[in-house]
Design a protein around this ligand. Structure first.
Ligand code: IVH
Length: 678
């Protein structure tokens, strides 16, 4: 009997493994090669079959199973991870002349004439390192400051073109070891970007300006399930193998990555002279609009890896590579009018209405002028002919006013209105600020945007509370602040247009569900200036409940990660307003979760005072400060008799001398790491 059970289990394990292999193959065909062999429905069927078997035998689930891409629970922040070798950026060339100068230098420094180059597209996303151990993906790390990045593994795992595991066999055939690191570009294809922004617009959420920002925002999402929905893509462009040089040529390394299942951009070529480089650059400048993602240039790399070592680095960039940047796509057109938009914070943005002009494949009819400073800097008037630039941005920008006989100047100056175009409230520009704002707290534009923000998916996730419903609720005065959402009744909802019994019940159910959401969401939902999703998270972790946040002083707030004087001041100002405190009380009375889990700080170093000086090899000042503070210590700016430790990096100056003079203990980075260890 025991034997039979074992055999059955063995069979299931085989079945699970072969299903996984089959699914991995189809994921590769679909997401890497863009050439599926089976229909979506068939794929789903395989996946469901695997899920079912794994549910029956949960002990057989492995991290590299295709079912394990979305790892359920949201995280509380990102852990900092040092890079194996620094993640460098590239020097740029903006003209043929600059590129020729770079090429000449490569010849001079290498003492060779016969140099081969690899030309790759410069993808416009964010660079990301992937670490594999034993052929399995163990970490995804952002670039960060180049030395230390953030661990975004859970989000990276949701990207279907990134292999979670690569078989020994495949690695061997490709010539790769089982431990290695890949560097490449994470990006959001234009179609996914548009779809996501449409969706956000529908839910009244702020739009991402371009696919690059959207990629960064998505990679740093705290909820991997959201990352998974947003369809990112990843292209590998470099292999790092623990200081070893596995291939003589970069080209071979790219092929090896491709052969082991990574997506490597097929739009690459080898060039043996400048003309060939230049041809590739010209070809893709013309064809860039046809690509499904944004590029901003071409990266040229010396092919020989022996020459990489010989050429070395300058400061932050390798001498063996350069980025040729395409000029921004621009067009000339005339400003017909300038109107003003009012955002959630009351900010007034002047927007130029343009005579429609085609720029890089799309018709542009609006361009942002940002604020009054920008209008003055450009000297722009209504009727002017202007140059308009379009990056990957949703709203293009005006870059220059033309003034010649074909492009005469406009006559009408633009003035920022004294009254808000939406509510007629006063418009003010605070001293030292570039932006004009409507100060009417009850401005319908602000109110509408605030409610939409509060109800949106990433905040209180009240499905059904989109543009149309919110406009009615605010126009009819049923919702004057976010707490009013919780006072809605079926009767009130039924009095609205296009609201039936079922929809009203659904909205109420959604509202009820939102009460259970975490404290950070409520903090984010309040719409405090400068408090975004990430800051809200840190505030929730620090205070653990709303009362303590409401009462916090600027000083206390500045103890919170990433909160500086500007954010602290804004939070204090927000809660100094009695109406906002009442609002919090009302939310509490409505039954919202205003408590969270306080992230406890260590106590090991409590009452110990540190001073940081010089440059640390693996941590920035802020990171070191945080490590010490997380262990309960305090970091101050100057050395005194009360200082317990001075952490000295390279080039430490007068603070180190002072420490020696006063007999304060001096430690290095290693010593600090030891001390902060729990
Ligand atoms: S190679 C040391 N190749 O451009 C070599 N970078 O300013 C490092 N990028 O941060 C980069 N496409 O995010 C390389 N085919 C490509 C690239 C590429 C885009 C980005 C990358 C990097 C930036 C360089």
């Amino acid at each position: 009997m025991i034997f039979v059970m074992k055999a059955a289990k063995h069979n299931i394990q085989d079945e699970i493994e072969s299903l996984r292999e089959e699914i991995r193959h189809h994921e590769y065909r679909y997401y890497v090669l863009d050439d599926p062999e089976i229909s979506d429905a068939e794929f789903d069927r395989l996946m469901n079959q695997l899920k079912k078997l794994e549910a029956e035998q949960p002990e057989l689930i492995t991290a590299d199973s295709p079912t394990q891409r979305v790892g359920g629970k949201p995280r509380e922040g990102f852990v900092k991870v040092p890079h194996s070798i620094p993640m460098l950026s590239l020097d740029n060339a903006y003209s043929e002349e600059e590129l020729r100068a770079w090429e000449r230098r490569v010849h001079e420094l290498s003492g060779r004439e016969d140099i081969e180059y690899v030309c790759e597209l410069k993808l416009d996303g964010m660079s990301l390192a992937l670490r594999y151990e034993g052929g399995k993906l163990v970490r995804g790390i952002t670039r960060g400051d180049g030395n230390v990045g953030e661990d975004v593994t859970a989000n990276v795992r949701t990207v279907r073109s990134i292999p979670l595991g690569i078989s020994k066999d495949k690695l061997k055939k490709a010539g790769l070891p089982s431990d290695f690191e890949v560097r490449g570009e994470m990006l959001m294809p234009i179609a996914s970007f548009k779809r996501m922004n449409d969706e956000r617009e529908k839910h009244g959420l702020s739009l991402f300006a371009n696919p690059r920002n959207a990629t960064a925002g998505t990679v740093r999402q705290l909820e991997p399930s959201i990352t998974a929905q947003r369809r990112l893509d990843y292209f590998a462009y470099m292999l790092v193998a623990g200081g070893k040089n596995l291939f003589d040529q970069h080209w071979q390394a790219l092929n090896a990555l491709e052969n082991s299942g990574f997506k490597v951009n097929p739009r690459r070529t080898l060039a043996t002279n400048f003309d060939e480089l230049w041809k590739f650059i010209g070809e893709w400048e013309e064809k860039r609009e046809s690509l499904p993602y944004e590029i901003d240039g071409v990266v040229i790399k010396v092919n020989s890896t022996a020459l990489h070592r010989q050429l070395g680095f300058t400061g932050k960039a390798p001498r063996w590579a350069i980025a040729y940047k395409y000029a921004a796509r621009a067009g000339i057109t005339q400003i017909e009018n300038i109107h003003v938009q009012v955002g959630r914070t009351g900010k007034l943005t002047p927007v130029a209405e343009l005579k429609p002009v085609p720029i890089g494949g799309t018709t542009v009819s609006r361009a942002t002028l940002h604020n009054m400073d920008e209008i003055e800097r450009l000297g722009v008037k209504i009727g002017d002919w202007v140059e308009v630039e379009r990056g990957g941005d949703v709203i293009p920008k005006v870059t220059r006013v033309l003034d010649d006989k074909d492009h005469p100047r406009g006559r009408k100056s633009f003035e920022m209105p004294e009254r808000c175009p939406v509510c007629g409230g006063h418009v003010v520009r605070a001293e030292g600020e570039a932006d004009h704002r409507c100060v009417n707290q009850k401005c319908p534009a602000k109110l509408r945007e605030t409610i939409l923000h509060f109800a949106s998916r990433g905040v209180m996730n009240i499905d059904g509370m989109g543009d149309a419903l919110v406009a009615q609720l605010t126009d009819k005065g049923m919702v004057k602040d976010v707490a009013d959402i919780y006072k809605l009744t079926k009767g009130k909802l039924l009095s609205l247009e296009r609201m039936g019994d079922k929809s009203a019940e659904n909205v109420l159910k959604e509202i009820e569900n939102s009460k259970k959401l975490a404290l950070e969401r409520v903090i984010y939902g309040l719409g405090i200036r400068f408090v975004g999703e990430r800051t809200a998270q840190f505030l929730a972790e620090h205070f653990g409940n709303m009362q303590d946040l409401v009462k916090a002083s600027e000083e206390e707030l500045q103890q919170v990660e990433e909160v500086g004087p500007r954010i602290a001041k804004s939070i204090v100002e927000f809660f100094a307003e009695p109406k906002n405190r009442e609002l919090v009380d009302e939310l509490r009375a409505a039954g919202l979760t205003l408590k969270g889990k306080k992230k406890e700080r260590g106590t090991k170093l409590s009452s110990k005072t540190f001073v940081l000086t010089g440059t640390l090899a693996n941590y920035s000042r802020d990171e070191a400060k945080k490590m010490i503070e997380d262990a309960g210590g305090k970091v101050t700016g100057s050395v005194s008799k009360k200082t317990d430790y001075v952490v000295a990096g390279t080039d430490a100056g007068s603070k180190l001398d002072k420490a020696k003079e006063l007999g304060v203990k001096v430690i290095d980075e290693k010593g600090m790491e030891e001390l902060v260890k729990p």
